[in-house]
Design a protein around this ligand. Structure first.
Ligand code: NDP
Ligand code: MG
Length: 383
């Protein structure tokens, strides 16, 4: 059970919901971090009185230091300060709620200090899942998933002492805002359309990933790393209602599922209270009034990013870091209206085709694969 938390990315969708949960559970906050949202961090710091607040953007850090002069909160700036926040001795749990690959180093730092990791930042596991899981095995740090599908699987696996009993994991996928469209229709979709997710309110990057189904592809890799299973044992089904959060099929034919209302505070709360469960103020699931639960095959033709991520998973090594780096870069360009919907797939596929796969990569090789993938995207999108 968690008592004192550090939140990396406290101003984002997961970060803010984590603070809601922290308040409900009466947790102490040791450190808060963000990139540049100064006002929001100031507000959070005045309320939760952390010992440390970090802004990775240096200008924002200077401004925050002035604003928090009258408080006991120390302010640091720059990316390296994220690692300082991650290893503060008093925190027992670090919530990784930053978006993107930038979460990797601080996550590894927190793991080496044997913190419980409440892991939302999936890009870290996609790029460097083996390194992260090996480091956790070595230090004894617990990794508790926050991503709703992985939290569901984690909950279904309680009491399963032998991973050989798992036949397959079944990740559910809402299908995103463009579900049911063909390629011509989806190709016309712009940023504003992609940002309208039917069931979840999330940050812009993951919301676009949900529209392309890359999010589910990243989650397939995330599940493979977390549960050390091959791609053949991780399936995806479309489930528009986002009520069944994922399932595990065991070798005796039993299938366990975790259900709940689509509210990220539930998996966040479970990551804090695990192995116990506490009362929640959230809406209970009412089976009699909720819509009928439906399941269908994903459309990999209209949403080729899912198959591309599965291909990266098959290739292994640095292929997943290339996939992720190129995707982060293309999604940023799409959010700036500089490229179209299918350019996300096209440019990511190009980066994957151009770069060789390094097997069993070191941290440096992963960071290099990420950099090279981003470079290909920035050059190619102008070509
Ligand atoms: P948001 O975009 O809402 O928040 C991102 C957070 O990261 C903000 O605090 C932001 O600070 C900070 N940040 C952004 N860039 C940097 C940087 N370069 N250096 C340091 N900090 C940075 O994202 P979400 O909360 O939606 O997602 C966070 C992670 O959780 C992602 O990996 C996502 O895939 C995962 N996740 C999210 C879910 C959700 O429901 N939102 C569900 C499952 C997983 P600032 O405000 O200053 O920009
Ligand atoms: Mg998810």
């Amino acid at each position: 059970m968690t008592n004192i938390i550090t939140i990396l990315g406290s101003t984002g969708s997961i970060g803010r919901q984590t603070l809601d949960v922290a308040e409900q559970l009466g947790l102490t906050v040791a450190a808060l971090t963000a990139n540049s949202s100064v006002e929001r961090v100031e507000e959070q710091a005045r309320k939760f009185r952390p010992r440390l607040a970090v802004m990775t953007n240096e200008t924002a850090a200077r401004e925050l230091a002035v604003r928090l002069k009258d408080t006991d909160t120390k302010v640091l700036g720059g990316p390296a300060a994220l690692e300082e926040a991650a290893v503060l001795p008093e925190a027992d749990t670090v919530v990784t709620a930053v978006v993107g690959m930038v979460g990797l180093r601080p996550t590894l730092a927190a793991i080496s200090e044997k913190k419980r990791i409440a892991l939302a930042n999936k890009e870290t596991l996609v790029c460097a899942g083996e390194l992260v899981m090996d480091a956790a095995d070595k230090s004894g740090a617990e990794i508790i998933p926050v991503d709703s599908e992985h939290s569901a699987i984690f909950q279904c696996l309680q009491g399963c002492g032998d991973r050989r009993e798992i036949k397959r994991l079944i990740l559910t996928c809402s299908g995103g805002p463009f579900f049911g469209m063909n390629r011509t229709e989806a190709g016309r979709m712009k940023k504003a359309d992609a940002l309208k997710h039917p069931n979840w309110k999330m940050g812009p990057k993951i919301t676009v990933d949900c529209a392309t189904l890359m999010n589910k592809g990243l989650e397939v890799i995330e599940a493979m790393r977390l549960y050390r299973l091959p791609l053949q044992q991780v399936d995806v089904v479309i489930h528009r209602q986002s009520i069944v959060h994922s399932l595990v099929e065991f070798r005796d034919g039993a299938v366990l599922a975790q259900l709940g209302t689509p509210d990220m505070r539930l998996p966040i709360r479970y990551a804090m209270t695990y192995p116990k469960r506490g009362e929640t103020p959230a809406e209970p699931l009412d089976l009699l009034t909720c819509p009928p639960l439906t399941f269908a095959e994903p459309d990999r033709e209209t949403f080729p990013c899912l198959a591309l991520a599965e291909e990266a998973a098959r290739r292994g090594g640095t292929a997943c870091a290339v996939l992720n780096g190129a995707n982060e870069e293309t999604v940023q360009l799409f959010l700036l209206d500089r490229i179209g919907f299918y350019d996300i797939f096209r440019l990511t596929e190009k980066a994957m085709a151009a770069l060789p796969v390094v097997k069993a990569p070191s941290l440096e090789e992963i960071l290099e694969a990420d950099r090279a993938a981003r470079e290909i995207v920035s050059k190619e999108h102008l070509a």
